[in-house]
Design a protein around this ligand. Sequence first.
Ligand code: HEC
Length: 138
Amino acid sequence: MRCSSGFWSSCSPAAAARELSRRRRRRSSGSLPSTTTTTTAGPAGNAKAGAALFKAKGCDGCHTFAPAGSNATTGPDLDKLAQLAQKANRGSEEAFTHESIANPSAFVESGYQNIMPNFGQLLSQQQIADLVAYLTQG
Ligand code: HEC
């Protein structure tokens, strides 16, 4: 009879289901590190430094962002970044924000032109991380 020597430790369907879910859990926790790496790759951001950069690099000249006191409308309203990220569906809000700064042409928000400077060549990885922390905090 198959059930005594096979894959399952028992013939009962309940025990089989338990075993299966144990295996699934193991597999998904095993893949956790790689998911975390994508979002935390690179240096950790400092939101306070990001706030200074937002002004120093002229982001406030094109974007509305309440914490910065800016209300420019050349680019999308960054107070709505969480919704914009969700709509764009290009990874987590952090990943989307990082890509939007480091490589603005990768995704151009509908209704806007591809005119944001390529900050991937103008800023260090640390500066980009700082801006991401500032824009996505709270
Ligand atoms: C010359 C105007 C201009 C400047 C300066 C500028 N941006 Fe933008 N930005 C835009 C425009 C236009 C878009 C929409 C087109 C696109 O998605 O690339 C955009 C898109 C974005 C997005 C993604 C929003 C979305 O829904 O696509 C983020 C995040 C962002 N900018 C952050 C910044 C930061 C941070 C800075 C400063 C380092 C900055 N921008 C400087 C014009 C600008």
